[in-house]
Design a protein around this ligand. Structure first.
Ligand SMILES: [Fe+2]
Length: 609
């Protein structure tokens, strides 16, 4: 059965082609439109999928879409907010003012500069009038209830209108392809659960999904067994860890749906003890196996905290509370089910530090995180579910599921740009030597990665000896990051570089979890080690990507380090490159020293250093 999976149209829309539970092709519309997190009907990604498989639209049996229709989502939203209103009336959080006064006294003095902040204890000062408003709307007992109700009402109205728009857009898009009659919808969290479980290779696993919003829920727990998925619990929206984290992301001046990773990086510099108690005082944890967050959508609280406390401590507290709530949730459902393997999906599980904490829960023997964990992966999940013949299959081998280009296409992109290239005989050792000499090399080869991470085929590589690379290369690429570049490490060297890899090594093939680094890693690849001593590696096995692996192996011979830095190959605020032309354009943008594309190697005529 040929199933076309479409992810939600609201942002980062994806198309995937799944045949009998096997993903043949999957990619995001952004890679073709060149607009980051492109929303709307993913016609270019659908065309790419059909042309890859040499299928006409009529060969599609089913189109999978991971939301109910607009009426169904409206009912789910209204019911979620009705339940929340009852909770808000019943729950009485302690007065925040004394807690905040105690918290202020806990703020440490800091002298060490933090890259990206004007001073280490930087606060988001907004002026007296705004800060007065945040105190009222965020924390005053009556005013904050009024503000929270308004925010909830506006959120619901906007979401209902959005679902109506997406429904129109989806139906019109499918109509044009002659596929309107083949649409099958599902509630949202099944799609997350399905991609994580079916790709994990585990016979029996606890399936935990955590996101912002999906069909009245913000999370779910299921048990996967023998290829079947049984829902055990739905974590009701708006008690959403996704929304919780969005509040702090936006209050610290970043885009909530895109920059949550920056908060994870920032959090490592702060002290979670300053504000954790304040945040936890607003969480009802009295019922085991679930949680409720008082006024969770009221952004004025986090704005007040961001104005009055160092941003690093605010980030640290939100990260800490996220980890506490997620771990409690997982721990309780492990206890009830006896499950030892945990699989994760949903946008919140892009949080690599939270995933590390979950992996470290006592009794977790195996952890898998779906590589495209956000909503971009949902269409694939539902398509797998609908085409699944049943039983447990081997786990996902790789996520090189996008388009590839042949040598002639690569050569013609280089020729068009008038670039002088060479074709080194021993490519891997040639590139390894360049890297060892300090050349920034972009690598373009094979099929494009599916999901948010570049995993070697559309990657920028550099040696990891020099911690300062995190400043100058990010600056050159036009990025602000608080987390260092991630390393790629030879599979065989995993335990030499990272502690407690067992059980999560496969998840680490997709850069979905952090680990504490060994002293060896800290000394040989310091650029990839965060201030808290962790890194989020990609572990690479030769059979997954020999060309990429061989560069690392040759580099290890020269340097003694089995790791390199791997960051995505894209221009500032653009999606990761897809085609050879995109690659040449990004390369010529002047920020990368060299490009290795297929068998060809070219150095930038205007090499910056
Ligand atoms: Fe989702």
């Amino acid at each position: 059965m040929n199933v076309l999976g479409l992810s939600p149209l609201d942002k980062d829309s994806h198309a995937s082609l799944v045949v009998d539970g096997r993903v043949l092709f999957a990619s995001g519309e952004e890679r073709y439109s060149r607009v980051k997190q492109q929303s709307g009907f993913p016609i270019k990604a659908i065309d790419a999928a059909l042309s890859f498989a040499r299928l006409a639209p009529e060969a599609i049996d089913v189109v999978a879409y991971p939301f109910l229709d607009a009426a169904g989502e409206r009912a789910a939203i209204e019911s979620a907010f009705a339940a929340d209103a009852a909770f808000e009336d019943a729950f009485e959080p302690p007065s925040l003012e004394p807690l905040l006064a105690q918290a202020l006294a806990r703020v440490p003095a800091r002298g060490e500069p933090i890259h990206g902040l004007t001073e280490p204890n930087f606060r988001m000062r907004k002026g007296a009038a705004k800060e007065h408003f945040y105190r009222l709307a965020g924390t005053h007992p009556r005013a904050s209830r009024f503000a929270a109700r308004r925010i909830a009402r506006d959120w619901a109205q906007r979401a209902i209108a959005d679902h109506e728009n997406w429904q129109r857009e989806l139906e019109a898009g499918l109509e044009r392809l002659g596929l309107a009659g083949k649409l099958r919808r599902s509630e949202h969290h099944l799609s997350h659960a399905a991609n994580a479980y079916y790709s994990s290779g585990f016979e029996r696993a606890l399936i935990v999904t955590l996101d912002g919003y999906g069909t009245g829920l913000a999370g779910s727990v299921s048990i996967g067994e023998g290829g079947r998925i049984e829902r055990l619990h739905g974590q009701r929206f708006p008690h959403s860890l996704g929304s919780f984290y969005e509040m702090v992301t936006s209050s610290l001046g970043f885009k909530p749906d895109r920059h949550a990773g920056k908060i994870v990086g920032l959090a490592a510099y702060g002290d979670p003890r300053v504000l954790a108690e304040v945040l936890l005082s607003r969480v009802d944890r009295s019922r085991s196996g679930e949680f409720a967050i008082y006024q969770n959508l009221n952004v004025h609280l986090s704005r007040r905290l961001a104005a009055e406390f160092p941003v690093v401590d605010v980030a640290a507290a939100y990260q800490h509370v996220l980890e506490v709530l997620a771990c409690d949730y997982v721990r309780e459902w492990m206890r009830r089910t006896g499950a030892k393997h945990v699989v994760l999906s949903g946008g919140v599980t892009a949080n690599v530090k939270m995933n590390q904490r979950i992996h470290e829960i006592e009794g977790v023997e195996g952890l898998f995180v779906y590589p495209n964990m956000g909503d971009g992966g949902c269409g694939t999940g539902l398509a797998m579910h609908l085409s699944w013949p049943g039983g447990v299959r081997e786990t996902v081998h790789d996520v090189y599921l996008g388009p590839s280009y042949d040598e002639a296409q690569m050569k013609s992109a280089l020729d068009e740009a008038g670039l002088r290239f060479e074709r080194p005989e021993q490519l891997a050792s040639f590139v390894a030597r360049k890297l060892h000499e300090g050349v920034v090399v972009a690598r373009f080869d094979g099929r494009m990665e599916y999901g948010p991470r570049a995993l070697g085929n559309r990657s920028i590589l550099y040696h990891g000896r020099e911690p300062k690379v995190n400043q100058w290369l990010n600056q050159r690429l036009g990025r602000t990051e608080f987390m260092p570049f991630a390393p790629v490490t030879l599979w065989e060297a995993a335990s030499k570089c990272y502690h407690r890899v067992a059980g999560a090594a496969h998840a680490a093939e997709f850069m979905t979890v952090t680990f504490d680094c060994t002293d060896f890693m800290k000394s040989t690849c310091p650029a990839a080690v965060h201030v808290d001593g962790t890194a989020r590696p990609q572990l690479i096995r030769r059979e997954v990507n020999p060309g990429y692996y061989d560069i690392l192996r040759e580099h290890e011979k020269l340097s003694g380090s089995p790791s390199l830095i791997n960051t995505s190959f894209n221009m500032h605020e653009e999606p990761i490159v897809a085609s050879p032309r995109d690659a040449v354009r990004a390369f010529l943008d002047g920020r990368i020293d060299a490009l290795v594309m297929g068998p060809f190697y070219v150095e930038n005529p205007e090499r910056a250093r």
